[in-house]
Design a binder for this molecule. Structure first.
Ligand SMILES: [Zn+2]
Length: 368
């Protein structure tokens, strides 16, 4: 092999390695793991690509006039919905509806990894901060729905934290925590939902996760409550947000988030490996996370993870709508309404609310 050929070979190999790394980074996943004692469960969700696809399909960056706060809140809704769905199985799904100051965010996440959603204008009855979570479960004939409304004063009292007002408008954290406490009976759960958006190149970095007692073990209060409380502190939140978004951007989100939640750096690395995620050196992860855990006052509370229980689900923006479904819906309309919906060119356009796909039909296709 000549030196030129060798150089080309190495350059190609390098290119392929880079491509592989980039492609792996482009996959959204949810990673679920239990603690060694079996008393806690954790999930970590990377969902930046799904958030980008949601923005692209519904042209949200343009339509919201680059409203960064609202767009980041929408990304948090995707992360929280996927986190809840990661604890379900098969076709079970979570539907999230959150009333933000500007509009209503709808997200649906199926345990299998399909995610879709859209944003709609508010109705007259929509009150800001209302969080509606519905679960469609295999063993229940009807959806299990709960509507919660976070009250800053009430939560300040319950959580023993002053000044929560800054978390009410464009931040899902407090609303999600309120839902976990009031509706899930997860009084001691901790969670993190962060999204960062680059408006210029329309890219998003999104990480979310939940640390939750499975049964109410006695130690939950001592182990998770300090973490939960610390994450509501503005300074701690700013630091963890930057560190988590940076780690997620480098592909280490699951490892870093699970390390932060559990303090078990070796277990978090092994879990991320089992979930086929990129991992950083354990020492580098510890160097970043440990000062944050010190700032939170939780260095003495380690929850060993059990990497053998790791479950990984790939997440994609995906909608199951089809031309056949749309035809079935349209042909159930009164004939006059259907006929009056055709344009001058003799076709009828129907757009899927969830994924924004447009279907075009002729009269003969609809049998009128
Ligand atoms: Zn669709």
């Amino acid at each position: 092999m000549t030196s030129t050929m060798l150089a080309t070979f190495f350059s190609l190999t390098k290119h392929i390695c880079r491509m592989t790394l980039r492609e792996r980074l482009r996959h959204d996943v949810s990673v679920k793991v239990a603690s060694k004692t079996g008393h806690f469960r954790f999930c970590a969700v990377h969902c930046g690509r799904t958030v980008e696809e949601l923005f692209r399909r519904h042209e949200l960056i343009r339509k919201t006039q680059q409203h960064k706060d609202f767009l980041e809140l929408t990304g948090q809704c995707v992360g929280f919905c996927c986190s809840l769905a990661s604890f379900l199985q098969f076709e079970e799904r979570v539907l999230l509806r959150f009333v933000a100051p500007e509009a209503v965010v709808h997200i649906e996440s199926i345990a299998l990894g399909e995610v879709r959603g859209y944003v709609r204008n508010k109705g007259e009855c929509d009150s800001d901060g209302s969080l509606n979570i519905s679960r469609i479960l295999c063993n229940k004939a009807h959806p299990v729905t709960s509507v919660t409304h976070a009250d800053a004063a009430d939560l300040s009292h319950r959580l023993g934290v002053q000044e929560l007002g800054h978390l009410m408008a464009h931040d899902l954290s407090l609303h999600a925590l309120n839902f976990m406490m009031k509706s899930e009976g997860a009084e001691h759960a901790a969670l993190l939902v962060e999204t960062g958006i680059d408006m210029e190149d329309c890219t998003a970095v999104a990480i979310a996760g939940i640390a939750q007692p499975i049964a109410p073990p006695v130690e939950a209060e001592g182990l998770l409550v300090p973490l939960r409380t610390a994450l509501l502190n503005p300074e701690v939140r700013r630091t963890t947000r930057l560190a988590m978004l940076d780690a997620t951007n480098r592909g280490f989100g699951a490892q870093y988030l699970l390390s932060l939640f559990s303090g078990d750096y070796v277990g978090a690395e092994a879990t991320a490996v089992a979930a086929r995620q990129l991992v950083d050196e354990i020492a580098a992860c510890r160097e970043c996370i440990e000062p944050m855990r010190e700032m939170m006052g939780i260095t003495s509370t380690t929850i060993p993870l059990d990497p053998e229980t790791t479950e990984r689900t790939r997440l994609d923006f995906f909608c199951r709508c089809s031309a056949a479904d749309v035809i079935a819906r349209l042909t159930s309309w009164p004939k006059e309404d259907l006929l009056s919906s055709f344009g001058e060119d003799g076709t009828l356009e129907s757009r899927c609310a969830m994924c924004a796909k447009t279907y075009t039909f002729t009269r003969s296709q609809l049998g009128v």
